[in-house]
Design a protein around this ligand. Structure first.
Ligand SMILES: Nc1nc2c(c(=O)[nH]1)N[C@H]1C(S)=C(S)[C@@H](COP(=O)(O)OP(=O)(O)OC[C@H]3O[C@@H](n4cnc5c(N)ncnc54)[C@H](O)[C@@H]3O)O[C@H]1N2
Ligand code: MOO
Length: 421
């Protein structure tokens, strides 16, 4: 068994043991936040017909050449075209069709003049087509003016969305425009969460001296939700080998991914590795060269990836962001599985000592004079929770490197999709 892995090796080993989840079809209105399972192509050109971008008059550009307030061009209005209906007449030389924004361009016309640049010649009769109503065009426009051309947004057959993208507002609008009432998405990964430690108690119930509330369970459930997964809380187990093994086996059978916390260090009651093996699992590593969160175990139990995270709350958090996220993204069907860190300038309140492990510091990302700055406060210990509030990512200080303030560092984001690259 490989024991102490570098981060990159841990990503490789865990992703090899992870498969994208099953696919299901859901109504578009319920697809927000889900990951698209198949590429979507335009079923028709977008827009589906040439249409007017303005309220005004559809004309032949050649007819209005040289038009100005001083030398207007008079045209005969041949019909009125409203949005939602098709024109019935051809705009002949010397004619114009009154047209509304979004209405189809009548044949014969090749430009639209905005209403504000047109004067109606009052003749006192109602029906434009039969009355011989005239308009004065006060502006020259080139051919194509104010026309949204059929297929300019996307031609028929063009890929609108790639598989593996997250369905947000823009994606929803595209799918709706394309007439996709049902969409094919990856099933949300079901992630079982178990916390260990005899001192850790659920929120309900009083604490005896020496006991603490479980914060890892609720925190991991929130992180899983952030990534679009379905967390299932399996409660807490004491430091008892058989009980942990039974529970882990059951979870591995019921879930797509299992997360446990605690019991992965070297203490007398750190039983997680043995429990995974007792559950019939294959343990692949039990430490990663990262801090916090060095003790972290990965196993496969009943074909399901099982991650044993550090018990220290901030270590469990960093383990999740740096190690569980790629696994969860693969299960969830994301096109991008590995992190895509951004670069920012380090501004740290404390000096970070050189160590043989990659160190991860909690950082707020702020723009200072147009530069992205990663502000790192004090309180970086693995048991400190308060410094996790309000951060956007984790700065990596590579092993054995002295990184000074002002240096460009990698920041691993919690909400990667929110950042353009
Ligand atoms: N002799 C050594 N001791 C320790 C080492 C080591 O190398 N040698 N490593 C330390 C490091 S680093 C870490 S991180 C922790 C990891 O320990 P475990 O993952 O085995 O976690 P526990 O011992 O069960 O708990 C650690 C700490 O976190 C609290 N905890 C646990 N679960 C929860 C929870 N659900 N909610 C809130 N807080 C929780 C627990 O009470 C402990 O205080 O080991 C070091 N020791
Ligand atoms: O690796 Mo531990 O997480 O530093 O406290």
């Amino acid at each position: 068994m490989e024991q102490f892995l570098r981060l990159e090796a841990a990503w490789q080993v865990t992703l090899e043991r992870t498969k994208a989840g099953a696919v299901e079809t859901v109504p578009l209105v319920e697809a927000y936040g889900r990951v698209l399972a198949e590429a979507v192509r335009a079923k028709a050109p977008m827009p589906p017909f040439d249409r007017s971008a303005l309220d005004g008059y559809a004309v032949r550009a050649a007819d209005v050449r040289g038009a100005s307030p001083q030398s207007p061009v008079e045209l005969l209005v041949c019909e009125e075209v409203v949005a939602g209906a098709m024109p019935e007449r051809v705009v002949a030389a010397g004619q114009a069709a009154r047209i509304m924004t979004g209405a189809p361009i009548p044949s014969g016309a090749d430009a639209v003049v905005r209403k504000e640049a047109v004067e109606r010649v009052e003749v006192g009769r109602e029906d434009a087509a039969s009355s011989g109503e005239q308009v004065r065009i006060l502006l020259e426009v080139p051919a194509g003016e104010a026309i949204c051309v059929q297929g300019e947004d996307a031609p028929i057959g063009a890929e609108l969305l790639a598989a593996g993208c997250v369905i947000g507002a823009a994606e929803t609008a595209l799918l709706a425009t394309n007439g996709d009432a049902l969409v094919s998405v990856f099933r949300k990964p079901r992630v079982g969460i178990l916390v260990s430690g005899s001192e850790v108690r659920p929120l309900s119930g009083d604490l005896l001296p020496g006991q603490i509330h479980d914060s890892n369970g609720p925190m991991l459930a929130a992180l899983v939700r952030d990534l679009g997964g379905d967390p299932v809380l399996y409660g807490q187990v004491g430091d008892e080998l058989d009980a942990i093994a039974r529970q882990v086996k059951r979870m591995a059978e019921e879930c797509d991914l299992v997360l446990t916390t605690g019991g992965v260090s070297v203490g007398e009651y750190d039983l997680m590795r043995d429990a995974y093996e007792l559950a019939g699992g294959e343990v692949l590593f039990w430490k990663v060269t990262m801090r916090p969160g060095t003790p972290v175990t990965f196993a496969e139990v009943a074909g399901t990836p099982v991650y044993g995270l550090s018990g220290n709350p901030a270590a469990a958090y960093v383990n999740f962001v740096m190690l569980v996220v790629p696994v969860l993204r693969k299960l969830a069907g994301f096109a991008h599985v590995l992190h895509r860190p951004v670069k920012a300038y380090l501004e740290s309140a404390g000096r970070t000592a050189v160590i043989g492990l990659d160190r991860f510091l909690r950082a707020e990302l702020v723009a200072v004079d147009g530069r992205l700055v990663a502000q790192v406060g004090r309180g970086q210990k693995a048991a400190i929770l308060t410094s996790l509030v309000g951060i956007q990512g984790l700065v990596r200080i590579p092993a054995r490197e002295q990184v000074q303030n002002g240096a460009l560092v990698e920041v691993f984001l919690l909400k990667e999709e929110a950042f353009a690259r």
